[in-house]
Ligand binder design. Structure first.
Ligand code: TPP
Ligand code: MG
Length: 345
């Protein structure tokens, strides 16, 4: 694992900000351009530190898979934000030609191997990528696969089968559970035996004889260290690790879905709408990882406040341009959709 020098720390802050500003534009689209986003979107605001701390450990050739809460990964990997936004708007210039939408982003050229609306789907697929990486490592330098999924997904059978096999075969996979303590509108302790017993969800690793670590997913440096140690272990052929990264999603589970033309929007977080617990939500806002990391870097003298402001302006301009590009992009031709050119299963 490489030391994080000042340039890298500023890079991490910049990527966190880019994810946040991108997600803000997605959210605002519902009110500023009603009907432009037709499907369901799930935002990762609050998870930026976890995403960036994890991705900062990647080396060339490494791969990852994520869930439907997926916009942040390609943003940090360097995929053009114009192409991601155009994809979310269902436009021809989108990352997947406008056929995938918010929940199906993919950019194999950067190791981002896929996302899905099916809870838990990426876990066995990432495990398969890990097996392929292990086979390739006979003739190439070792590669690592990061598998991102939610706390809810860890109740799926696919999670348990995957961890068993990965541990048995010592596959180079780091399983990163983004524990936001919610599964749409239920809380973890309502459906997870470990959570109900007051245990961290990383204890699930013990059942499959692999290390399990819990980390503050609001601290990108802490995440970098934990995921980095797990990636080093995987690269050394010692097998997988389960990382529980504790985050708080700052938006509701997803936007309201209604027929096109009807203004859609993001409702308030389920802590408020389902549980009437505004205090919990406001405490999470006070701990927002993005301003928290900025303040830390400024305090440590790593980043001057003026420079942080300039970065913020640049990032905002980038995201405004992404929205305009996506709005200006045409829709894909109907004939290509009718030929099912992009239907694979
Ligand atoms: C197999 C399957 N079951 C149910 C759903 C409906 N569903 C969508 S998101 C979700 C909650 C998932 O929670 P978690 O894994 O913690 O991810 P989070 O949304 O909190 O990031 C559910 C039940 C689904 N999409 N797929
Ligand atoms: Mg969750």
């Amino acid at each position: 694992m490489q030391e994080l020098d000042n340039d890298r720390l500023v890079w991490m802050f910049t990527q966190m900000l880019r994810i946040r500003e991108f997600e803000e534009r997605v959210k605002r689209t519902f009110e500023e351009h009603p009907g432009v986003i037709r499907g369901h979107t799930h935002l990762a605001d609050g998870a930026e530190a976890s995403i960036v701390g994890s991705l900062a450990t990647l080396q060339p050739g490494d791969q990852l898979m994520a869930t439907y809460r997926c916009h942040g990964y390609p943003v940090a990997l360097g995929t053009e934000t114009k192409a991601i936004m155009a994809e979310i708007y269902g436009r021809k210039d989108g990352l997947c030609g406008g056929y995938g939408g918010s929940m199906h982003l993919v950019d194999p050229s950067r190791g981002f191997m896929g996302t899905s609306g099916i809870v838990g789907q990426g876990i066995p697929q990432a495990t398969g990528l890990g097996w392929a990486a292990q086979l390739r490592s006979r003739s190439h330098s070792p590669q690592v696969v990061l598998a991102f999924f939610g706390d809810g997904a860890s109740k799926q059978g696919a999670f348990h089968e995957s961890l068993n096999l990965a541990s048995l075969w010592k596959l180079p996979v780091v399983y990163v559970m983004e524990n936001n303590n919610y599964n749409v509108s239920t809380r973890s302790e309502q459906e997870d035996a470990n959570a109900a017993a007051g245990e961290p969800l990383s204890v699930k690793a013990a059942a499959y004889s692999m290390p399990g670590v819990t980390v503050d997913g609001g601290d990108p440096v802490a995440v970098y260290e934990v995921v980095g140690a797990a990636a080093d272990r995987a690269r050394a052929g010692e097998g997988p690790t389960l990382v529980e990264s504790k985050v708080y999603r700052l938006s509701a589970h997803g936007n309201i879905i209604a027929p096109p033309g009807v203004p859609l929007h993001y409702p308030e977080h389920e802590a408020i709408t389902t549980f009437g617990n505004r205090e919990e939500y406001e405490a999470a806002l006070r701990g927002d990882p993005v301003p928290r990391f900025r303040a830390r870097l400024v305090e440590q003298g790593v980043l001057e406040a003026d420079r942080a402001d300039r970065i913020t302006e640049e990032v905002r301009a980038e995201m405004d341009a992404a929205v305009q590009y996506a709005l200006d992009s045409p829709f894909p031709e109907a004939e290509t959709a009718a030929r099912y050119d992009y239907v694979y299963a």
